[in-house]
Design a protein. Sequence first.
Length: 278
Amino acid sequence: MILSGRAGLAGIVGWPVSHSRSPKLHGYWLRHHRVDGAYVPLPIRPEAFAQGLRMLAAFGFRGVNVTLPHKEAALAACDEADDQARRLGAVNTIVMRDGRLEGSNTDAFGFLENLVQGAPAWRARAAPAVVVGAGGAARAVVAALLDAAVPEIRLVNRTRSRAEMVAQELDGPLQIFDWADRTRALSQAGLLVNATSLGMVGQPPLDLDLSDLPRAAVVNDIVYTPLQTPLLAQAAKRGNGVVDGLGMLLHQARPGFEAWFGVEPEVTDELRRFVMSD
């Protein structure tokens, strides 16, 4: 780490934040590019969140990433927010300039960059996509696919009303499938995305029979612990192309790092191995 009196400061804000891999990720880029700066974990309680952001700006921080449970509160706390943040109702990246907080949401960008890097042959306009989930991550995935001009997005969630809310707020060629019809939703799809936490370490696997999914379809799981979830293992066994979720984390971090430290970082195999190492 290279630090001087002019060092740039950034960090990750959450509660808790000890689980975050972002300090390791940004620390790698800081060392790799020999940047005079530091990126640190910043645990802030929800009741002190807005005040904490203002204090960080006053202390000279250039910005922060925002993780759970603060993403929605961050939108309200920012002086400005980009179109994507307002569209998704959440902020995950803040740039601090002259005491002002400028918010953005890079989750959709990170998802699509990861998908394109991991499955370069995938074509957005070629076939429908199936998205499982209706939480914040699913909203970002759906927004990315809409922007990529996917012709039809089939949204599957255990609670239909939550899926309907996502479809209503994001608007576009979205079709809602009941949980009982989730297998039927896979017919003729070109992409399947698990945008839930199912399959993560400590969580049950996603209960989904892939028999109706074309073997030419790509399967993406936003979970990255483990890298190969039961869903990805099942898909790979039957011959589908698979994309794990680590790249979404890595790519969504790129815009913030560039804004704070003035260097456009890359996502490489070496970075992937480093971030996942103990």
